[in-house]
Design a protein around this ligand. Structure first.
Ligand code: ADP
Ligand code: MG
Length: 238
């Protein structure tokens, strides 16, 4: 579990600033959803939190440690992307254990964590399969399993369900909610899907053009939107 703090975070690519000073405190164990239209800076913000992108100004800290002063592998964060690139030649089991084995974790401990993650995600019958023998939803579960075995302080999800069809998205949404209940880890979840935001979040951060428009619980945003943009975004499912 982990507290994440953003202070005056800005990001420029060349001369163009795309994130314009974001302040945000994410509590330990919170499920925080970043929502906003395409291009508003959700991924950039998440990547700065992950330490995958330089911070142009301001700071990001995790449990009081500045992310840019900590080695990426020591940050204790696991990121799950929409393009769940699995190794095609490896079994599900090996896909889930590979990263952990690289860190020098003892074999028995790796096996124990993979078994536990497979149980949580109901992947046990699929451990010997190759990615090509899995459905899209199953592949995404393997990608989440890979994140779980690292026992991160926090999970960062970047539109993890956007490549799935509507029915699978609903099923996976339920699984992610359950995962949060089980692990009680801090989760930051990026989506442009209002329904996902409303159903998953403890708190929603509504972004627009690199700025926070409003932060609140789903009920607060729905019943008391700060402006027409938030009202339109939260009110109108697509
Ligand atoms: P979102 O995830 O909300 O769709 P992004 O964070 O990907 O938005 O992008 C925010 C803005 O930053 C966009 O205008 C995008 O074009 C720009 N951007 C993102 N990554 C880069 C990059 N590597 N180089 C230049 N511009 C970028
Ligand atoms: Mg994005």
């Amino acid at each position: 579990m982990s507290e994440i703090s953003l202070k005056g975070v800005r990001k420029s690519f060349g001369q163009t600033e795309v994130v314009h000073g974001v302040d945000l405190e994410i509590a330990s164990g919170e499920f925080c959803v970043f929502v906003g239209p395409s291009g508003c800076g959700k991924s950039t913000l998440l990547r700065m939190i992950a330490g995958l992108e330089d911070i142009s100004a301001g700071s990001v800290s995790i449990d009081g440690d500045m992310v840019n002063e900590v080695e990426p592998s020591a940050r204790g964060l696991s990121m799950v992307f929409q393009s769940y690139a699995l190794y095609p030649h490896m079994s599900v089991r090996d896909n889930m254990s590979f990263g952990l084995r690289m860190t020098g974790t003892p074999k028995a401990e790796v096996a124990r964590r993979v078994t536990e993650a497979a149980r949580i995600l109901q992947l046990e019958p699929l451990l010997a399969r190759k990615p090509s023998q899995l459905s899209g939803g199953q592949r995404q579960r393997v990608a989440i399993g890979r994140a779980i075995v690292r026992q991160p302080k926090a999970f960062l999800f970047d539109e993890p369900l956007s490549n799935l069809d509507a029915e699978l998205r609903v099923a996976m949404r339920v699984e992610i909610a359950k995962l949060h209940q089980d692990l009680k880890s801090t989760m930051i979840y990026v989506t442009h899907d209002q329904v996902e935001a409303m159903t998953l979040a403890d708190r929603i951060v509504v972004l627009r053009a690199g700025r926070i428009e409003q932060v609140g619980t789903p009920v607060e945003l729905y019943s008391d939107p700060a402006n027409l943009f938030v009202a339109g975004f939260i009110g109108s499912p697509r």
